[in-house]
Design a protein around this ligand. Structure first.
Ligand SMILES: Nc1ncnc2c1ncn2[C@@H]1O[C@H](COP(=O)(O)OP(=O)(O)OP(=O)(O)O)[C@@H](O)[C@H]1O
Length: 607
């Protein structure tokens, strides 16, 4: 999106989205600032009317009426400005966060692997905060002193042209000096912002790893470590504050000298009979007001530039170009039988190192295929390509004859049910978590899916049944229970194509057996491609592909591959069987039968 290219384009995009509101706001701000200046001028009119010889009471009351009227108008317009500003920034804040959520979630998986989730969420929120801050400074802290300055110069010209030139010069010099000094202090603010970010990151890291902190009795030493970061942050914050206070002190001193000097000058001219008493009052109050406004103006300019740096930094991360968009002419995927085909696919996560080399696989509808092989062979990468989380460097991945790169990503993901090794759950109820797979599903549909996945029993034993909150990332449930909820989701999705990414490898044998029966039910009448580390889980599959270094080394029914004396599958199988025998030695009280190669008859039924 072009408006993510820089801070000012970003701000302008959201201002232009509500042109009438911002135009109204600008008009009200101009009105309020002009009335504020006219209040000072009406004071002059009042004093002149009172000191006129002879004084005419009608003129005095007339001037008083103008003074009161302008004071009321100024207050009213200021309130309207504040109200309009809050309303427009609140609305824009909602739109900004929604737009950013949509854009952010359009990034591909590597983006999320390279940026911490907490930091990204924080960035989305600060983006709308920074927009609000910039708008606030522009309309309430930068525009009013500038308008007041212009109004004051007009009034000064009517009193004394030389005075207006002098005030203009002083205003420009004071404001310019403050801005320059303020930018010098920028380094302190940046240092503080950086250290505050470190403290925030450390806190998030500690809280999300609280288990490790407790398990290693590390609370005290981690608090000490955090204290170090906090003290550095506090020192940086102190340096920033002291710097600002020094500038303020300097400005106050200059202000006293300048207002005193202007007063001496105007009194001299008044005593010479060149100007009226009212002129003396309006010159002194306006000089004071303008010069004081110069400090707020300078501070607001510095703050706006800081907010723009935050905006730029955040847009540089969130606004990165999305690498895998739907093609302009992408059509929804139409799934009929659920066949999967890899045509001469070469793929690497970077262009210079291939993980899969000219891979060609044909999976007919309804076939259950296990992917096995040593770690790093490219098994999970195959599943990633089917879901189009990446595009291959060459070759095509097809589902029912349609290239996954040519269909819409939403339709592709709707057509595939995935059970990952680590099932991700939201901090919501069990019902909501399962229904996530199909938002329109009724409660009865959700229960049916849970029964089919074998998790209805334990859900009913939870304190609030299906309305129980699963805890952050599902921490109130065991690994096996989370896994079965993942299977229930896949059931509810009712997709023709099922991908299992080591769905049981993180579980102990007891949990695995519970999960396996749910999986067996899920796989019936569907095309299944499963990455498996525990070879027993794919013993009853129709076909096994043995991969090594991104190439298919063996391809066949499990019993045929086991029959090959020097085959890799047989070797891997044997290794697992040996592993179990060794664990039997380590734990003699818990006998565990060696994993013997299954006979064809055993292979017919799932384990
Ligand atoms: N996101 C990624 N970015 C860069 N390289 C990656 C990424 N994911 C995997 N790889 C690399 O690609 C290669 C294949 O990884 P893949 O996960 O497909 O293998 P695997 O056979 O599933 O391994 P395992 O059994 O250990 O899960 C490995 O060398 C791995 O380091």
């Amino acid at each position: 999106m072009p408006f993510l290219a820089g801070p000012w384009r970003f701000v302008w995009h959201y201002v232009a989205a509500k042109p009438y509101m911002f135009l109204a706001l600008a008009m009200v701000v101009v009105g309020a600032s002009s009335s504020a200046i006219y209040v000072q001028y009406s004071m002059k009119l009042l004093i002149d009317a009172m000191t006129a010889k002879p004084s005419v009471m009608d003129h005095v009351y007339g001037a008083l009426a103008i003074f009161i009227g302008m004071t009321l108008l100024e207050s009213l317009l200021q309130r309207v400005a504040a109200f309009t500003l809050s309303s427009v920034t609140v609305q824009s804040g909602v739109n900004i966060r929604l737009d950013m959520f949509n854009y952010l979630t359009g990034h591909q998986l590597p983006f999320f692997q390279n940026h911490r989730a907490g930091a990204l969420g924080h960035r989305v929120s600060t983006l709308s905060g920074s927009f609000g801050s910039v708008i606030h400074r522009l309309f309430l802290e930068i525009a009013p002193p500038l308008i007041a300055f212009t109004g004051a110069i007009i009034i000064f010209v009517s009193i004394d042209v030389r005075m207006s030139i002098a005030l203009s010069l002083v205003f420009l010099i004071v404001t310019g000096a403050l801005v320059v000094l303020g930018f010098r202090g920028h380094v302190h603010h940046q240092d503080f912002a950086g250290r505050a970010g470190v403290v925030g990151g450390e806190l998030v890291d500690l809280i999300s790893n609280i288990w490790v902190v407790k398990a290693f009795a590390a609370r005290r030493r981690e608090a000490e470590r955090l204290r170090g970061f906090l003290l550095e942050e506090a020192a940086a914050q102190r340096r920033g504050w002291f710097f600002v206070e020094r500038i303020r002190g300097l400005h106050d001193f200059a202000l006293a000298l300048l207002v005193g000097g202007t007063l001496l000058w105007t009194i001299g001219r008044w005593s010479a009979g060149l100007i009226t008493t009212g002129d003396v009052v309006v010159v002194s109050t306006l000089t004071f007001r303008i010069l004081q406004g110069s400090r707020d103006l300078a501070m607001a300019v510095i703050d706006t530039s800081q907010q723009c740096s935050y905006l730029r930094e955040t847009l540089d991360v969130i606004g990165l170009p999305q690498t895998l968009n739907d093609r302009p002419n992408a059509k929804p995927l139409t799934v009929r039988d659920g066949t999967v085909r890899f045509e001469n696919v070469t793929f690497g996560y970077t262009d210079d190192s291939a993980i899969l080399h000219g891979l060609s696989i044909d999976v007919p509808a309804g076939q259950k295929v296990g992917l096995v092989g040593p770690s790093g062979a490219g098994k999970s990468s195959i599943l990633q390509l089917i879901q189009r989380f990446y595009d291959p460097q060459s070759g095509d991945v097809l589902i029912d004859g349609q290239c996954v790169a040519a269909v819409t990503q939403d339709s592709l993901h709707e057509a595939i049910a995935v059970v990952p090794q680590e099932v991700m759950l939201f901090h919501r109820t069990v019902m909501e978590n399962i229904r996530f797979a199909r938002p329109g599903a009724s409660d009865a549909d959700v229960r049916r899916a849970a029964e089919a996945a074998g998790c209805d029993g334990f859900i009913m034993q939870l304190p609030d049944g299906y309305d129980s909150i699963v805890g952050e990332r599902g921490t109130n449930l065991s690994g096996g229970q989370r896994q079965r909820i993942g299977i229930a989701r896949a059931f509810l999705k009712d997709a023709r194509l099922v991908l299992l990414d080591e769905a049981t490898s993180a579980l102990d044998t007891g949990s695995e057996m519970e999960v396996q029966s749910g999986l067996n039910a899920l796989m019936t009448d569907r095309t299944v491609i499963a990455v498996a580390h525990r070879l027993s889980t794919i013993a009853a599959f129709d076909r096994v592909l043995v991969l090594e270094e991104g190439r298919v080394l063996e391809d066949g029914a499990p019993q045929d591959l086991l029959a090959q004396p020097d085959g890799l599958f047989r070797k891997l199988w044997q290794l697992q069987a040996d592993g179990l025998i060794q664990s039997d030695v380590v734990l003699p009280d818990t006998p565990c039968p060696p994993l013997a190669p299954p006979r064809p008859t055993e292979l017919a039924a799932p384990l």
